[in-house]
Ligand binder design. Sequence first.
Ligand code: VGL
Ligand code: ZN
Length: 182
Amino acid sequence: MKDQALVVVDMLYDFIDGSMACQNGDAAVDAAVEYIRKNPVPRLFVCDNHPADHCSFTEQGGPWPAHCVQGTRGGQIHGKLLPYCDEDLVFYKGRDRSREQYSGFEGVNDAGQTLGEVLGIMDIRNVIVCGIATEYCVRNTFEDLRKAGFTVYLVKDALAYVDYKGHLEAMAAMAQGGARLL
Ligand code: VGL
Ligand code: ZN
């Protein structure tokens, strides 16, 4: 199990049962928990974490309903995953109100380290990804991981998506980009 880690992207209430509830959200959480139980590798969590007036929101002219607002339940990691989550390995993104940020790669933990930096410190080469949404944050995180030279695996049952067709297109693009399916 050396040099492997799991990156859990945006498995947050707003993407599961909240303002941006995605397809397959609950099943994806259960699949992620099952994966973790069977594969005890280090886990890094990415969290969308927006100020209330973020440019991503329709009120500000953005494409999405308000979601994952700082300090709200919608921005919290699903309770089923909390037993497997270490605060030092939680990386926040989307805090800058003026820009959209789908990739978790530059998410920052409370100590100010980025996800990419911490993967480097941990000597990780193989990154397993699950989470939400396949077409947006999962895909962008995947692309940044590949650019940085990681081998990337996707836990296909542990993904949720805005739109099924979009999910399939993103899966095809990621397969083309070197994703290995688990
Ligand atoms: C996401 C839309 C807006 C995601 C985040 O996690 O995929 N999508 N913010
Ligand atoms: Zn967002």
